[in-house]
Write a protein that binds this ligand. Sequence first.
Ligand code: ATP
Ligand code: MG
Length: 652
Amino acid sequence: MHHNAKVISANTYAGYPTIMTLQELEAMREYAHRDPHAFWLKQAERIHWYRKPTQTFSGSFEGDVSIRWYEDGQLNASVSCLDRHLAERAEQVALISQREGRQDIEKITYADLLARVCRVAHALKSLGVEKGQRVAICLPMVSEAVVTMLACARIGAVHVVLFGGFSAEGIAERLVDSGAVAVVTANAAYRGPKLIPFKETMDEALQKSEGAHKVRSMLVVRTTNENVSMQHGRDHDFHEYIKGFATEFTPVIMDAEDPFFMLYTSGSTGKPKAIVHTCGGYLVWASYTMGMIYTHQRGDVLWCTADVAWITGHTSVLYGPLCNGGTTMISDSLPNYPVPGRWWDLVEQCKVTMFFTAPTAVRALMAEDDVVVKRRDLSSLKLLGVAGEPTSPDGWAWYHDVVGQGRCPVIDTWWQTETGGPILGAIPGVQSLKPGSATTPLPGISMSLIDQNGSVVEGSGEGGLFINKSWPGQARTIWGDHERFRQTYFTMVPGRYFSGDAAQRDDDGYYWLMGRMDDVINIAGHRLGTAEVEDALAEDHRIVESAAVGVSHGLKGQGLVVFVIVRKEAVGEVTEKTVSDLIVSKIGRYAVPESVYLVPDLPRTRSGKIVRRLLRKIAEGHTENLGDLSSLNDMSVVGMLCERVKKQKASS
Ligand code: ATP
Ligand code: MG
């Protein structure tokens, strides 16, 4: 438990433009608890409605599970994100789009963004896309991705953003599952030095799923000079095709509970599932959560580095900031390419004020010398954020002290594709922070920890992380498989939403994520979260990143195995024994690892998360059936790890 955790008082950030006092925050929590209906109706006022809702939550976590919010309301999300800002901020930059290797940075105003969105809305209509139909968007981080998402919203089509860089199988599986009728993709794009053949992969995916997919047309954005083959009648050059269309488009009026978008989860734990979000609840939630944490003021630039194909990319890159009238930035640059600290150059150049990334990126940036950060002028920054995986207290401290120079609150937010937006996270400058903790639930959210006996943990303790009541941004179903939805989230403890994660809560009510419930390691009765081991190793700066997994063990039930990436300069210096000793000294004798593997990389999803289920199988030698690998970023890592483990086992 984190009883001795460091506490950083909110007063540390005295200059931060806070949105409320701590007393007001407490009053807000109390109000949300006492009168949830009034509270959520008030939050609904954050967005534009054609018909204002009079209802808030209706439905139930019991029985079939049905979740509905603001059911009698009507809206179009693109109006809240664009049209309604025109009176005050037509000429304000809505979107900054930076491309690696290009000098010119695209700056798109609200007026311009609306015009572009309307063009694409017409284009999609002319291709026969109707309200409710799915459009697959598979693009690098270019402005056309944002424009196309909003164009779908404009016409009431359901966007399904797929990671560029998925294999053809991965794309085919998702095209068939979602029933997409149109695809928007790129010819090709560079990711660092590597050319990703978007169009070629898409063609292959369509060919593989011929007869099963429903795709009739494709728009291809030329993001590089690569020539690609175009199928006559089906494929069109994006910019050529949209050129002639009008820059106004009457928004399609949507019911609050009409599907808005669907999004496949990262696939860290198994076969990816398409989570469905609906128009009204999601947008209120995006506006509310982003307004609480990333409140925009004039001149602010929010750069969330997440790919648009992740939930963070929907809520923090696009819907949250635009709904709140902010300036959002996208970039296809890698953190340390072509030079170490590339991202810091961009923060300096684009005067980013709020920077939000994943813990794995923080660790990659931290692996470079501090001089890399200090050489840049990061004085524009005032807020730092992180989400996606547990952040080690040590990584947090580096981010806070070196990147933020101790000036900027670091907000760790916990969310899932299924939660639509952050559930846990501090209000910057208002709440005290604890390095490594995702702090407390936002007002309106009620959470519980439930222990192995099914009892609710009161006060401090540890258990599975549950959400007790619905919130507007909650996923409504898994596309085409409502029963899987019910089973996955609502059967563990009837009447509550089960997150799948394990967590601890300290005496102050702060939450500490331990990792996936399924990944919690049980060594002779001692329960050990993956995060606990990884945090301990993170304290040694010669270690870039690590992953802990439990393997079956004859005597202890489970044994610990760790995979460790050592910093280039320290290879040879850090041995298996160093790692083992570190764990024993930080955690205890019982946690002494069965094996330590020093490896150059770890299997990750495209969103940068370590896929521990794979590591478990590899460590146990069950390499025949590794399950669904379609969300992996780099398949070659798997083969490399299998080899490494086999060799080390044979030699010991
Ligand atoms: P799948 O559901 O397909 O296995 P996934 O759970 O990785 O994939 P996401 O919905 O993108 O897909 O990720 C949500 C998960 O990420 C959470 O359940 C949690 O395990 C982890 N996570 C997100 N934010 C945090 C955070 N701030 N601290 C700790 N863990 C986090
Ligand atoms: Mg998940």
